[in-house]
Design a protein around this ligand. Structure first.
Ligand code: NAP
Length: 497
């Protein structure tokens, strides 16, 4: 074991080694010799202890007035502002994204702190007239209990904040299992909350693998909500387990996001947008632009300009601010990217840029790959259908608007989409006809803000939305309350008809 810090599970407000005593190392994907920390390699015993602590804390936390819960979130938001740079640097070390983007990831958690704190003084329900005289009725939100949060590595702080903060403001308690590649950012997030006065047991952290921690956590009978972000493969498993246990399940899964460029588009803007959408975060965003659907009139020029500019992107460790594209998260993800390059070649797509992993010199201890673009991709190739989650962009040429929309919608996912056009009619038709949870006009497929609902259609999820006020639906249930002050029995639907 290296002399890097050791991080224990947070259970009931105190720090605990895994019951097994085992740990795993968290390494920098830009330099695997850099060990960021050793984390508890937990199992079901730790999960049981954490859920019990969360269940116990729930009894009092649910009764704390929501505006008082909000004060803790406000204070935590202030602390996160003070710690933003340190958190961003640690995030770049553990996840690889370039520093500018890591700062954005922390900022998203700050935004969520303040947004959800504001909800503490809203959490509106309804009052509505009764059909009876002297009767009052209203609907109120109520929490559910212990929420299991299972999060991925690509937004190591933002995604946990999207789940944790709405869960807390509505009065639930939490057990979070962070992605094994990026647990430290969750520690930083939770530390802000505990330093701000969050009572013990309201948030608990258990680190370890999906099979040894994620599985028992989502199966635990005292867990009432499972909020999962990750792959469609694991997500569908979570849905099945949740159904067996009659739990509330919210899933945010994969994407295969199209950006359409019409003949009348501002090409400078489209080139800049496609580069950012496809290669920002090394293509490891669920909303990454992975298909560029281009009308024939501009296809050749756009392809040439993009290939030249993608080849000029600087690849390297994210802590060096000159670099624009960081590493893939781990060896397995890098191999997936390499495999899809081979698949693309075998399918007959035309490689116009990149295509190779970078393993020499300064890249030797990281998981780097060249920004890669394929042209002449057709809509049913695997390149055009399957999520790659790496720096690979596929260009598909179409004849007109209708074909563009048809191709855009012709994938199993429906997270984000975009169109570049100067035709306002085309823009509005696209807003209506693109079947995705998010649509951008004259911007790439990435760049969501936290106060609008986030999520997708089809294989991207199960109909829930994160962020926005809509996320409150995941973490609360409605209770309808009828108050009869007439002093007599009044039978609805009977006595007034
Ligand atoms: P993943 O392999 O599905 O893992 C996600 C989380 O689930 C991790 O914490 C993982 O733990 C855990 N897990 C793995 N197996 C499990 C099991 N059997 N039971 C319970 N938990 C289990 O996904 P990923 O590779 O981390 O993330 C990439 C995927 O997330 C992509 O498909 C991307 O599109 C999707 N994503 C979607 C959104 C969205 O909002 N739609 C946002 C971001 C990412 P370990 O880390 O220990 O394996």
């Amino acid at each position: 074991m290296s002399d890097a810090p050791v991080y224990r599970n947070l259970i009931g407000g105190t720090w605990h080694d895994a019951a097994s005593g085992a740990t795993f190392a968290n390494r920098n994907p830009a330099d695997t010799a850099d060990v960021i920390g050793h984390f508890a390699d937990s199992d079901e015993r730790d999960v049981v202890a954490a859920v019990a602590a969360a269940q116990q804390a729930y009894a009092s936390w649910r009764l704390v007035p929501a505006p008082k819960r909000a004060e803790i979130l406000y204070r935590a938001g202030q602390l996160l502002i003070e710690r933003k740079e340190a958190c961003a640097r640690d995030m770049t070390r553990e996840m690889g994204k370039v520093l500018k983007e890591a700062r954005g990831d922390v900022q998203e958690a700050i935004d969520m702190m303040f947004f959800m704190a504001g909800e503490g003084r809203r959490l509106h329900g309804q009052t509505t007239p009764s059909e009876m005289p002297n009767k009052f009725q209203m609907s109120v939100r109520q929490p559910l209990g212990v929420c299991a949060l299972i999060t991925p590595w690509n937004f190591p702080m933002a995604i946990p904040s999207w789940k944790m903060l709405p869960a807390l403001i509505t009065g639930n308690t939490v057990v979070i299992k962070p992605a094994s590649d990026t647990p430290l950012s969750v520690y930083h997030l939770v530390q802000c909350l505990t330093d701000a006065g969050l009572p013990p047991g309201v948030v608990n952290i258990v680190t370890g693998s999906g099979s040894k921690v994620g599985e028992p956590l989502m199966r635990h009978p005292d867990v009432k909500v499972i909020s999962f972000t990750g792959s469609t493969e694991i997500g569908s498993r979570v849905a099945r387990v949740g159904a067996e246990g009659m739990k509330h399940v919210s899933l945010e899964l994969g994407g295969k996001n199209p950006m359409i460029v019409m003949n009348d588009a501002d090409l400078d803007l489209a080139v800049e947008g496609a580069l950012w959408g496809a290669f920002g975060t090394t293509g490891q965003r669920c909303t990454a632009t992975s298909r560029l659907i281009v009308q024939r009139g501009v296809a050749a020029e756009l392809t040439a300009r993009l290939a030249a500019q993608a080849a000029a992107l600087t690849v390297g460790p994210g802590l060096d601010e000159r670099n624009q594209v960081g590493p893939s998260i781990n060896q397995g993800q890098l191999e997936i990217v390499e495999r899809y390059v081979q698949i693309g070649m075998a399918e007959g797509a035309r490689l116009v840029c990149g295509g190779a992993a970078l393993r020499d010199g300064p890249y030797a201890r990281g998981f780097f790959h060249q920004p890669t673009i394929f042209a002449d991709v057709t809509r049913h190739m695997r390149l055009a259908q399957e999520e790659i989650f790496g720096p690979v962009l596929s260009i598909i040429t179409v004849e007109d608007f209708d074909e563009a929309i048809d191709v855009a919608n012709d994938v199993p996912y429906g997270l984000s989409s975009s169109i570049y056009t100067r035709d306002v009619n085309a823009a509005f038709r696209a807003m209506r006809d693109l079947y995705t949870g998010i649509v951008y006009i004259n911007a790439p497929t990435i760049g969501a803000e936290i106060h609008l609902p986030f999520g997708g259609t089809k294989g991207t999820g199960n109909g829930h939305r994160e962020a926005g006020q809509q996320v409150l639906e995941v973490f609360s249930e409605w209770k309808s309350v009828y108050v009869d002050f007439s002093g007599s029995l009044q039978r609805a639907q009977i006595d007034n008809n």
